[in-house]
Write a protein that binds this ligand. Structure first.
Ligand SMILES: NC(=O)c1ccc[n+]([C@@H]2O[C@H](COP(=O)([O-])OP(=O)(O)OC[C@H]3O[C@@H](n4cnc5c(N)ncnc54)[C@H](OP(=O)(O)O)[C@@H]3O)[C@@H](O)[C@H]2O)c1
Length: 286
């Protein structure tokens, strides 16, 4: 029986993991913690928790995820995204265990025109991206048995996210301007959680992996699909250039991830982004 610690369990991905494991724990014992139970920046508390609960593997879903706020809170963001994963990795490696660290497509600068592979050169353009890259490196160094999964544009029926915001704004406003020249892949956190459970049950093959849903969309395309699938009819969505919607953090213009490695290693089938969105919106409608 393996003991798995999921940190940041009240967030989007952590909540999806908790719900899925309530249906089927795959013969593993899961411990779910968020900051109230375990602050991952507290080294002594992490070491104590990991040893007392005999943790074999940590799935770190905790992070500083507010990309724009990170620009003015760089130190805090670095502690959470870079130092805390190192604390977790050292604690679990000290017991001979392993770790799954979640990272981001924002480690890339977005100048590519074909999907990014794991070995492509990284060059983050935001504080968030830089600190998440620092987290990847710290985890790989402290716990070489770890798996790092870069994902993108996460949404869920849990937590705050773009899908919920666009459904709300679509009801409130007659017109919305949305950026149409940043292309990525919206990713349903439940699909990523399903894949994490496959990795845990089949065993960690250390290294970096990319996971998002299949296909590509701009934020504009994503919004149009959210409104269509969510039955929002009275809102005109206008495509904007990035320059027309300035934000504190720069974002990559292109961040599609190549998922060949995770599909070949773990045999996972990845849903197309619009099908995944339909599943999430159906849950939100209930
Ligand atoms: N969201 C995206 O679009 C996106 C895209 C690419 C990659 N990712 C990565 O995917 C992972 C999961 O993202 P998510 O969207 O599920 O994140 P999320 O919803 O922001 O959840 C993160 C959770 O971590 C908690 N947390 C904050 N500080 C903590 C601490 N010191 N100790 C323990 N827990 C703490 C947060 O609590 P509070 O809410 O109270 O702060 C929150 O419950 C992250 O690594 C993120 O970087 C996300």
């Amino acid at each position: 029986m393996k003991n798995i610690l999921v940190t940041g369990c009240n967030g989007q991905l952590g909540s999806e993991l908790r719900e899925l494991t309530q249906q089927d724990n795959g013969g593993m014992t899961f411990f779910f913690t968020d900051i109230e139970q375990l602050d991952i920046t507290d080294k002594e508390a992490v070491n104590r928790y990991v040893n007392e609960h005999e943790i074999d593997c940590i799935v770190n879903c905790a992070a500083f995820t507010a990309v724009d706020l990170a620009e003015s809170k760089a130190d805090f963001c670095r502690v959470l995204n870079e130092e805390a994963p190192a604390i977790l990795a050292r604690a679990v490696a000290g017991r001979g265990g392993s770790m799954i660290q979640i990272s981001t497509d924002y480690v890339f600068d977005g100048t590519a025109h074909i999907p990014y592979r794991e070995e492509d050169a990284v060059c983050p353009v935001s504080v968030y991206g830089k600190t998440k890259l620092g987290g990847e490196r710290a985890v790989a160094e402290a716990c070489p048995e770890s798996v790092i999964i870069r994902t993108a544009w996460l949404y869920s029926s849990y937590g705050k996210n773009f899908v919920k915001t666009m459904l709300r704004l679509g009801q409130e406003k007659p017109e919305l301007g949305v950026v149409a020249d940043q292309v990525g892949t919206p990713t349903y956190a439940r699909d990523l959680a399903r894949t994490i459970l496959v990795i845990l049950s089949k065993g960690l093959v250390p290294g970096v992996y990319h996971y998002s849903n299949e296909g590509a969309a701009s934020w504009y395309d994503f919004t149009k699909a959210i409104h269509r699938l969510g039955g929002v009819t009275g809102c005109h969505v206008k495509p904007l250039h990035t320059e027309e919607y300035p934000t504190p953090a720069e974002r990559p213009h292109y961040s599609i991830l190549d998922k060949t490695k995770i599909k070949e290693t773990y045999g996972v089938e990845i849903p197309y982004w619009e099908d995944a969105l339909a599943e999430c919106i159906q849950i939100l409608d209930k």
